[in-house]
Design a protein. Structure first.
Length: 511
């Protein structure tokens, strides 16, 4: 099926999210929509899927103009979407999820589950998915859950499939499997729109590439174009994708984590007997698929978890049981993975957010009085230094884009003297230009002797920054390996393989 978008424009008040966008996807083509976060990619696809109504422009399928009042109309026309965050009911079976919203019944109004099971088996056999229709979704690995999303779309005869950042929660091996699936779909005549900001994947799978920047199409590219050319199209300037990072010169052990375990509010053991050290002047990256205990581990270090056993020592002093305020006062900088929930106060201004963790002490407060002039000068300096794009320092943080919100967090945490820097998903929501800047600042902190922990699900980021890599799986550390460990080995470790079974010739130690 041929898909064509002509002059699609979508406004939200004075913000033009999509500005007269043209896009054509041929039958059996994988067309990558590339752009930084906030460029308008997802808005455009939400217009296509009927979630938003375009203010201008039209959608055509096989040269016929379409009018979608909602997702149901889009699905009936042959459009399916595989969302980044899966739209599945965890306590339902695969078959129940596939038929949800399109229920078929037998005599007496009884759900025809066998028909849904048969559909799952048929599609699974066609693409080699190996999905059990009676398995509970909650029991399935992330990669298999994504296959269920694809089965859902194909069961409704989707001839155009939109994949919205589909590799965000996958291991490298699962990503390779997804790419193989997309190629199978393409061979069967399915048109695919692949939304991403990962340049490596674009070059591997795309037939054509359309680049969007600030709501406009800024060019088309070929998969043979180099990463630097694609990145400069995305950002609008030349970008150096390689970090200029000298070998680490580690000093003494600064942070020591010993036999750390965490039990969550559901009484689940989410961190299981974890031990590692971080030296002054080194970056330890913690890799793994999201949801394997990384969040709880970082929260335990920061004093945000209450049911913790083991010990955490920084500079020879225990952080155990100190609470967040005292941990921060001990010199720990923290970039939380959820900036909106844990890193910012949306109703506060940029300036106010930049002093959040120092709002009771000098130089921001003297004799109980807020030093407004100092705060203003400090905030103006950090807005310039971190390229925070806003109307001014009095802008409420909640009005900023996600990437600019993250820059406010980074500016605050990297602007004080640190004895440990913990960054969880530090570049989530940032464009490649901002990623370049953030990575440079993290390396500068390391080179200044600060011990750094970077938690990231992005293997490219891990490989770029890490001096050593600890891989987590189901709450434990599978192994600690050198920063130059091959992606394939890291991928196997992320699936639970121990380093001595992955073929890595030099597995690291946890000490």
């Amino acid at each position: 099926m041929k898909l064509e978008l002509r002059g699609i424009t979508k406004r939200f008040g004075s913000l033009v999210a999509n500005d007269h966008i043209d896009l054509t996807v041929q039958p059996g083509e994988i067309h990558c929509l590339l752009g930084e976060n906030g460029a308008g990619k997802s808005t455009l696809m939400n217009v296509l899927y009927g979630l938003y109504q375009a203010d201008e422009g039209e959608i055509l399928l096989d040269d016929v103009v379409q009018h979608f009042a909602g997702p149901g109309d889009a699905m009936n026309a042959g459009i399916g979407m595989v969302h980044q965050h899966f739209m599945l009911i965890p306590v339902f079976t695969v078959a129940e999820n596939v038929m949800l919203g399109h229920e078929q019944t037998k005599a007496g109004g009884i759900l025809d589950l066998e028909s849904a099971r048969a559909k799952v088996r048929e599609i699974s056999a066609r693409f080699g998915f190996d999905v059990d229709p009676d398995a509970l979704v909650d029991d399935l690995p992330v990669g298999v859950q994504q296959r269920v999303e694809i089965i859902k779309a194909l069961s409704r005869d989707a001839r155009v499939l939109v994949f919205d950042e589909p590799t965000a929660v996958l291991t490298p091996q699962e990503t390779d499997e997804l790419i193989a699936i997309m190629r199978q779909l393409k061979a069967g005549g399915t048109s695919i729109v692949f939304i991403t900001h990962k340049l490596r994947e674009v070059r591997e799978v795309a037939d054509r590439i359309t680049v969007i920047r600030l709501g406009k199409v800024v060019g088309e590219a070929s998969p043979t174009d180099c990463n630097e050319e694609l990145a400069s199209l995305m950002v609008g300037r030349a970008v150096d994708l390689m970090i200029d990072k000298a070998p680490a010169r580690p000093g003494p052990v600064a942070l020591s984590v010993e036999n750390l375990s965490v039990i969550d509010p559901r009484n689940q053991l989410v961190v299981n007997n974890v031990s590692f050290d971080v030296h002054e002047g080194e970056i330890l990256a913690i890799a793994g698929v999201q949801g394997n205990g990384q969040t709880e581990l970082t929260e335990a270090i920061l004093g945000l978890q209450s049911r913790v056993t083991g010990n955490i020592r920084l500079g020879g002093h225990s952080l155990q049981g100190l609470g967040v305020r005292k941990v921060l006062d001990a010199g720990v900088g923290f970039v939380p993975e959820d900036r909106k929930e844990d890193g910012l106060v949306a109703e506060f201004t940029i300036a106010e957010n930049l002093m959040l963790d120092r709002s009771d002490s000098e130089p921001f407060v003297k004799a109980g009085t807020l030093q407004l002039r100092y705060l203003s000068e400090f905030a103006e300096e950090k807005v310039r230094e971190f390229d925070i794009r806003a109307q001014g320092i009095e802008t409420h943080v909640g009005r900023l884009s996600g990437g600019n919100q993250q820059k406010v967090v980074l500016a605050r945490e990297l602007s004080r003297e640190l004895k440990l820097f913990v960054a969880a998903q530090p570049t989530r929501g940032l464009d490649v230009g901002s990623i370049e800047f953030v990575h440079t600042r993290i390396v500068e902190a390391r080179d200044a002797g600060v011990p750094v922990i970077v938690v990231s699900t992005e293997l490219d980021e891990v490989a770029a920054l890490a001096d050593r890599i600890a891989v987590m799986y189901r709450g434990g550390i599978v192994g600690i390996v050198p920063g130059d460990t091959p992606r394939e080995v890291l991928g196997l470790m992320m699936a639970g393989e121990h380093p001595d079974h992955t073929g890595n010739p030099n597995p690291g130690e946890a000490a």
